[in-house]
Write a protein that binds this ligand. Sequence first.
Ligand code: TRP
Length: 381
Amino acid sequence: MSASSNSDGNNEMVVTPWEVKGKVDYERLIREFGTQPLTPELLAKVETRTGKLHMQIERRIFFSHRDLDTVLNLYEKGIKFVLYTGRGPSGPVHIGHLVPWIFTRHLQEKFKTRLYFQVTDDEKFIIDDDSTLPETKHWAYENALDLIALGFKPDDTFIIYDVQDMDLLYDVALEVAKRITYSTARSTFGFQDSTNIGWVFWPAIQAVPCFLHKKLTGENVPALIPAAIDQDPYWRVTRDIAQKLGYYKPAQIHCRFLPGLAAGGKMSASIPESSIFTMDPPQVVKKKIWNAFTGGKGTAAEQRKLGADPTVCSIFQYYFYLFEEDNAKLSERERKCRGGEMLCGECKVDIVAKLNKFLETHRERREKAKDTIEQYHIKRK
Ligand code: TRP
């Protein structure tokens, strides 16, 4: 199942909707997937609409796109867009999942636009041999709480739970499925003889929220999808057939993956120590951070003398992606790290405090979301 490269060798990059492995080369993904880099001109255009750029786009955590320029040009002409993103509920949410959702909330606020959020309990059931429908349904609910906790507005946020809401999606999914050949799907997703047939139809379902707004409101507007770049194969097949069905091609803005805490930035659901989950209690957070891979030296004396390397440090990435919004403070931290002025212990103490403060607030909001979750359900609108 390889959309990007093969999985030979240890550090060989693999980026597919089901697997992200090895050292990710984002420039190469832009070339191989055929997406566009975010240029300074395009960022300037975004800035005229949003005011000060969100740090995730300023720092190129969102680094690539398709048709973002088109969507902004249409917006200037008075044609709005809707936002669309989603989550495959295979287990608990970690803070890497929050990265694109935080940016999506920013876009929703600045462009005052609707978000469709697809929770794919069907997809995770089909793809993961060991999962059951009650399990993926359970995680769908739990994961939606994490989304709501980030502050999305109920009036403008439409959560879709695929299995429950399939009656809303099915006619559009059929229109899509009819126009994608098996040959295209197989070459895009790498289906094998042993692939179950649910998987073959599945891409049609992920395409539906790109087009659903017209069915619900009569308005034909494009969708803009903020998501990690591994989802791009879905959008390639969807873009191919959009205009045949009378819709705009969905636009994308792609983000990087928050590196994990293990050496080489590895993060994997099967290695819980490599990421911080939103439900991790403070002591667990502390322990994970304490064991995290950094760019430090073997001894404190050596590090004071030679300095450390923030570019390979998983903790520095946490500041960069999420926990240090102030550019000047981030540079100062980097300078002190390189110069051996600040050692890893100090940096870790700081991040544990920031993480636990963030998670405490997040969990309070998440708890409150249990009372409001129905207001977000697409069927209640
Ligand atoms: N396939 C995605 C996953 O496994 C879930 C998803 C559905 C999604 N629609 C999306 C993700 C739109 C991003 C954008 O996580």
